[in-house]
Design a protein. Structure first.
Length: 224
């Protein structure tokens, strides 16, 4: 290519001057040759300006908080409810949601919630009306709660999860972490169970698309 040839020519000429090559020095004494070099230099600059960059211009830059969900959920009622709002915003407009949380139905509650009924109502308000299909992965149905679990709480949450949508429950003990996935392409990892938000510090962060795809495949294999 001409650009490569021009680049090679100019570098070769410069190298000759650095080495003290008499031929290179004589070239620069000819006016027409000097003008030819300037033409090549201008042509090369114009060509390089049109070349697509091979590096990410954002590499090393701080992420914009408006573009990423990236947060440490703090302790206390205010922090817990802020974390809930973050998850709620993530689910806005979703049509299909997958929720993995071993203690979603009948786990202990932090001070963020004013009791089992408020907890169930919060879950109901979290899932938008746009959701047509909700799939939950957890260890036990309300009829067979974990030892010491609040059966009334589990029943209330179960009822809220099923309201107004197709509901699928997958009973499994194979999922340890908490995940909320939407529409086959986006996902959050939540460091603590939903009912524990505000009780301890935990992380809420987005999952890369590759991890979301892997999770869907894993959950598919766990579904009867």
């Amino acid at each position: 290519m001409r650009d490569d040839a021009d680049y090679g020519f100019l570098v070769g000429l410069l190298a000759g001057l650095v080495r003290g090559d008499p031929g290179a020095k004589r070239m620069l004494e000819v006016a027409d040759f000097r003008e030819s070099i300037l033409v090549r230099e201008r042509s090369l600059q114009s060509s390089l300006a049109k070349q697509p960059t091979t590096t990410d211009p954002m590499e090393g830059a701080e992420p914009d908080p408006a573009d990423l969900i990236h947060w440490i959920a703090g302790r206390g009622q205010t922090s817990g409810r802020a974390a809930i709002d973050m998850i709620r915003n993530f689910l806005v407009g979703a049509e299909r949601v997958t929720w993995c949380d071993p203690y979603l139905l009948n786990g202990g509650l932090s001070q963020t919630f004013d009791g089992p009924e408020h907890y169930a109502d919060t879950i109901s308000s979290l899932i938008p009306s746009s959701v047509r299909h909700l799939r939950v992965f957890a260890p036990n149905r309300p009829k067979a709660p974990q030892p010491g679990a609040n059966l009334k709480q589990a029943t209330q949450v179960w009822r809220r999860l099923k309201e107004g949508r197709q509901f699928e429950f997958v009973e499994t003990t194979e999922i340890h972490d908490r995940y909320i996935l939407r529409d086959g392409e986006k996902g959050l990892m939540v460091g603590g169970s939903f009912g524990g938000l505000g009780g301890k510090y935990c992380t809420i962060l987005p999952l890369p698309k590759e991890d979301v795809a892997t999770l869907y495949e894993i959950l598919k294999n766990l579904t009867p």
